[in-house]
Write a protein that binds this ligand. Structure first.
Ligand SMILES: C[S@@+](CC[C@H](N)C(=O)[O-])C[C@H]1O[C@@H](n2cnc3c(N)ncnc32)[C@H](O)[C@@H]1O
Length: 260
């Protein structure tokens, strides 16, 4: 069976669908990180630059390099008017296109679960940091803490298999801390962030999580109409709208940081 793809290839679709969650979660993460100003950053798995733009807005970096394997995402990132001044390059977390000891802060925002070898990814963050630099990552607490969790619950309940990203089992504070310590980082700390998400209604949520541009778009395009109908009906039961029709729930993300 063909493996589902977990990588958004379309930066504009990511912005419309996931950008609003990643910006909100990214802001919480940066708040926790509390970095100084005027630092040199590398943002690994930068995608379409949504988090990179938050870094520029909130942390006044000196320089920022965003790296992602998706050319579609990088092309969008380069076109963002809220990330002017950042550089973006194609590259992989496990083999960063950067020399050693070149940055003060190295981040992976919503990326760790997608990296096939997170130990290599953590080692690469440590390698490119100057002594005293900070390596930090955060990821939705999979599976129950992610914005997509209600959809996954509905899928499981109607018997549609849910495939988690390849390194989802690394996403818990103890394992992320172990990754950081194993990469030689010191003063390692982990936490769990809580992020409230809201949607105009169940239809809005449905549109977002099943959109063709999303990581599950192909699966939904191929799903039989009756299965789609059952899934939507189950979701209507799981997501109970408030008096104004909106749907709100609290997500969780685990975060880790350490010093090189
Ligand atoms: C959910 S997006 C997060 C994007 C961005 N960091 C944000 O916070 O909005 C996950 C990103 O991880 C990237 N990715 C997947 N595998 C990767 C790898 N091996 N190395 C670096 N990035 C990777 C994907 O291309 C995608 O852009």
């Amino acid at each position: 069976m063909e493996r589902p793809t977990y990588v958004f290839s379309d930066g504009a679709a990511y912005e419309r669908l996931m950008g609003r969650w990643s910006r909100r979660a990214g802001a919480e993460f940066l708040e926790w990180l509390g970095p100084a100003r005027d630092l040199d950053w590398i943002d690994v798995g930068c995608g379409n630059g949504a988090f990179t733009a938050e870094v520029m807005r909130r942390s006044s970096p000196r320089t920022v390099l965003g790296v992602d394997p998706s050319d579609g995402q990088i092309a969008y990132a380069k076109s963002r008017d809220d990330a002017v001044g950042a550089r973006f390059e194609i590259g992989d977390a496990m083999d960063l296109p950067a020399r050693a000891a070149a940055f003060d802060v190295a981040t992976m925002a919503l990326v760790l679960a997608f990296v096939p070898d997170p130990q290599k990814g953590a080692a690469e963050l440590a390698r490119v940091l100057r002594p005293g630099g900070i390596a930090a990552a955060y990821m939705w607490a999979l599976p129950g803490g992610a914005p997509i969790a209600p959809l996954w619950q509905a899928m499981a309940e109607i018997g549609v298999p849910v495939a988690l990203p390849p390194s989802a089992h690394w996403i818990e504070p103890e394992r992320m801390s172990a990754l950081w310590t194993g990469a030689g980082l010191r003063r390692v700390e982990a936490t769990t962030l809580r992020i409230d998400v809201e949607f105009e209604g169940v239809a809005d949520y449905w549109e977002i999580v099943t959109a063709p541009g999303g990581p599950r778009g192909k699966e939904f395009a191929e799903m039989a109409p009756d299965a789609k109908g059952r899934l939507r009906a189950r979701l209507d039961e799981i997501l109970v709208p408030g008096a104004d029709g909106s749907v709100r729930f609290r997500c969780r993300a685990h975060a880790v940081k350490g010093v090189a």
